[in-house]
Design a protein around this ligand. Structure first.
Ligand SMILES: [Zn+2]
Ligand SMILES: [Zn+2]
Length: 139
């Protein structure tokens, strides 16, 4: 069993939620797919009641298990930094493809410095580069 899965179960229990099969499946899909839309999750979990999936997404968000990436008027979901390695994103404005960028220690250091200069204690951050992917760039 993975450390993340253990942590996930602990967070549910500590907050008075049961570890159920639909919740475990939802967590599993979030681990496998990295960045997904709500409708993708719904279709991946089509054998579950839609209302249950929606409710569980809400619970996960409330518990900080899921982070929401806002992309214009729609959004995508991914596991928060507590449940996966911290990283940044590149989002294509045309096709909506989200690319996960590997952690860059130089950027992380710079964020620490910038925050310290403003006497600010950084707890977490999201960094998203918006533009055109290599396919959309050509058209
Ligand atoms: Zn694109
Ligand atoms: Zn970062």
């Amino acid at each position: 069993m993975s450390v993340e899965l253990d942590r996930f179960k602990q967070v549910l229990k500590n907050n008075g939620h049961f570890v159920t099969k639909p919740r475990l499946r939802l967590f599993g899909h979030l681990q496998n797919h990295k960045v997904v839309t709500v409708s993708q999750l719904i279709s991946l979990l089509s054998h579950h009641d839609q209302a249950t999936v929606y409710r569980n997404i809400k619970i996960f968000e409330g518990l900080g298990i899921i982070s929401r990436l806002q992309l214009g008027w729609h959004s995508k979901l991914e596991l928060s930094d507590t449940f996966q390695h911290h990283h940044h994103h590149m989002t294509c404005l045309k096709c909506g493809k989200v690319t996960v960028l590997n952690e860059d220690p130089a950027i992380e250091k710079q964020i620490e410095h910038m925050s310290a200069r403003s006497n600010f204690k950084p707890i977490h951050h999201q960094l998203e580069i918006r533009g055109l992917c290599h396919i959309c760039k050509k058209t």
